[in-house]
Write a protein that binds this ligand. Structure first.
Ligand code: DQA
Length: 144
């Protein structure tokens, strides 16, 4: 499952100097292409609502093989997402940030999600999503 958090529906139009001009549709296409190379498919979803993301993580826990998540602003605030992801210990979880959050404002330096993610990718632009899908597929192969 590919999860994108708040404001990422505006990708391409939102602060292009920070997040680039590629759209969420471009991200979802990239992830589908990378997954297809590994014989996998992607269920892509975006929400501006924390609880909806929590519900989708619960769904992924039951029905999906792994999670790629850009929690966006909720990275820095959400114990609820942390707790939901902590229940997914059987699934590879990779956190993605388009921008390098460590080179930005101090409040973006900490992510609650990172503590439960298998890997964190930041500052690679939308290419980072492709790396994340690669990583999930590799972890799944390694775990049999
Ligand atoms: C982001 C970084 C967050 O700090 C920000 O709130 C976002 C996007 C990124 O992809 O770089 O919305 O997660």
């Amino acid at each position: 499952m590919l999860l994108n958090g708040p404001n990422l529906n505006l990708l391409g139009r939102r602060q292009p100097e920070v997040y680039g001009t590629d759209t969420l549709a471009d991200v979802e296409k990239l992830c589908a292409e990378v997954a297809a190379r590994h014989g996998a498919t992607v269920d892509a979803r975006q929400s501006n609502h924390e609880g909806e993301l929590v519900d989708w993580i619960h769904e992924a826990r039951e029905r999906h093989a792994g999670i790629v998540i850009n929690p966006a602003a909720y990275s820095h605030t959400s114990v609820a997402l942390l707790d939901a992801l902590a229940t997914c210990d059987a699934l590879p979880v990779v956190e993605v940030h388009i921008s390098n959050i460590h080179r930005r404002e101090a409040f973006r330096h900490h992510s609650y999600v990172s503590g439960v993610a298998d890997a964190v990718i930041a500052g690679c632009g939308i290419q980072g999503y492709g790396f994340a899908v690669e990583r999930v597929c590799r972890l799944l192969a390694e775990r049999g």
